[in-house]
Design a protein around this ligand. Structure first.
Ligand code: PLP
Length: 395
């Protein structure tokens, strides 16, 4: 590594809170599905900034739209309307099949919003009861205290207790375990349509349909966390479409702004109407810059027929990963949906991820034993082949 790189890394380590074990690489620029570090080394990017950069880097129409908005108006506060906000809320409401959008700055905040909407909906029915939220074991919903509480992972939670109250945990893809947790006090069920950090586990169609029915029968709020699996990643705009259900509340972020920090919680009118002025707020959320990013993202999905492309390319990636699973004893299983795939190994994958970086391939793990594949949605067969070659050289 060059001295300049070492120095940059040292400067960062001296001044950053040590919440990450970063790779010893200083990234400099991106182009298409490739990233370059400061010494010019090229990396094929199958992480996309953790399922964010759907169109790849330096997408000209995207950059142009944002630049134009920067020169016009970046921020207003939510005390006013602005053009990008009206357009972006319409597009996102239509895409989710729901009605009312609250824009946030991150996925975590979208989860906080979802929790508050669910609690308020239940509060209006009965202020004394119905505060409990059922969430899933091995789920991931974010790091703030509310989102951390619905994240069913003791390791993340333990040092930060006490968390918020009223959250219980059921087993993912086990409808009976969810039913066992429902009582008079339940207000909502929150579930990732495809579990991401927990290891790339898609929800069974029957499981989600069962939760939908349960929520209908008991008047509970069904929340689907689509922060990672939404925005076209599984071949439909939102992964729950593939399970033929519609939740009452959807959380969205990551690829929603394709790099501009923006998230959203979207609710049906029935549930969303529980929220009134004063109940929730944000200074930045959905500001003109963020909303303009959301607008161009939805425009590009249409113009570039991204969903069709994902449906076409994903089976190829799946097939290539299946072949690897058969070839290598250390690979236990392939799982996933669309361009959200995981390979489970029988050992920690950190060494493979490290070797892959040396070989010019960026991969992200999910848990200790799973490599997650969340490339830009615009990858081609050639990129898949290149990735497989580099991965083979790294195992
Ligand atoms: C990334 C992620 C979050 C948290 O989003 P941030 O933008 O990092 O706050 C929540 N839920 C899921 C499923 C995620 O993948």
């Amino acid at each position: 590594m060059e001295d300049m790189e070492k120095e940059l890394i040292q400067t960062a380590e001296d001044h950053l809170l040590h919440t990450y074990n970063r790779h010893q690489i200083v990234l400099d620029k991106g182009e298409g599905v490739y990233l370059y570090d400061v010494s010019g080394k090229k990396y094929l990017d199958f992480g996309a900034g953790i399922a964010v950069f759907a169109f790849g880097y330096q997408k000209q129409e995207f950059n142009q739209a944002i630049k134009e908005q920067i020169d016009k108006l970046i921020h207003t506060s939510n005390l006013f309307y602005h053009v990008p906000l009206a357009e972006a809320s319409k597009k996102l409401a239509e895409a989710t099949g729901l009605d009312q959008v609250f824009f946030t700055n991150s996925g975590t905040e979208a989860i906080e919003g979802a929790i508050k909407i669910a609690r308020k909906y239940a509060y209006l029915k009965n202020p004394e009861k119905q505060t409990e939220i059922i969430s899933m074991n091995h789920s991931f919903h974010g790091r703030s205290l509310g989102a951390l509480t619905v994240t069913g992972n003791q390791k993340y939670q333990e040092p930060f207790k006490p968390l918020i109250g009223g959250v219980v945990y059921a087993d993912f893809n086990n409808l009976d375990s969810v039913k066992e947790k429902v009582n008079d006090n339940t207000c909502a069920i929150i579930v990732e349509t495809v579990q991401g950090e927990g290891g790339i586990y898609p929800a069974d169609k029957e499981f989600l349909q069962g939760i939908r029915q349960l929520c209908d029968e008991q008047d509970l709020v069904m929340i689907c966390d689509e922060i990672q699996c939404g925005m076209g990643r599984t071949g439909t705009m939102f992964a729950y479409e593939g399970c033929e259900i519609k939740p009452d509340v959807v959380t969205c972020a990551k690829a929603l702004g394709c790099g501009i920090p923006v998230g959203a919680v979207v609710a049906s009118k029935r549930v969303g109407d529980a929220m009134v002025p004063g109940d929730h707020g944000t200074t930045y959320g959905g500001n003109p810059l963020a909303a303009s990013a959301v607008n161009i993202v939805f425009d590009l999905f249409e113009q570039e027929k991204v969903l069709e492309h994902v449906k076409e390319i994903a089976p190829y990636l799946e097939q290539k990963l299946e072949e690897l699973t058969e070839q290598y004893d250390c690979i236990v299983e392939r799982r996933g949906k669309g361009l959200m795939q995981g390979l489970e190994f029988n050992k920690p994958v950190s060494e493979v991820v490290k070797k892959a970086l040396e070989n010019g391939l960026i991969l992200v793990s999910a848990g200790t034993n799973i490599i997650r594949f969340v490339p830009p949605l615009v990858i081609t067969k050639e990129h898949v082949d290149e990735m497989i070659d580099k991965l083979k050289a790294s195992i």
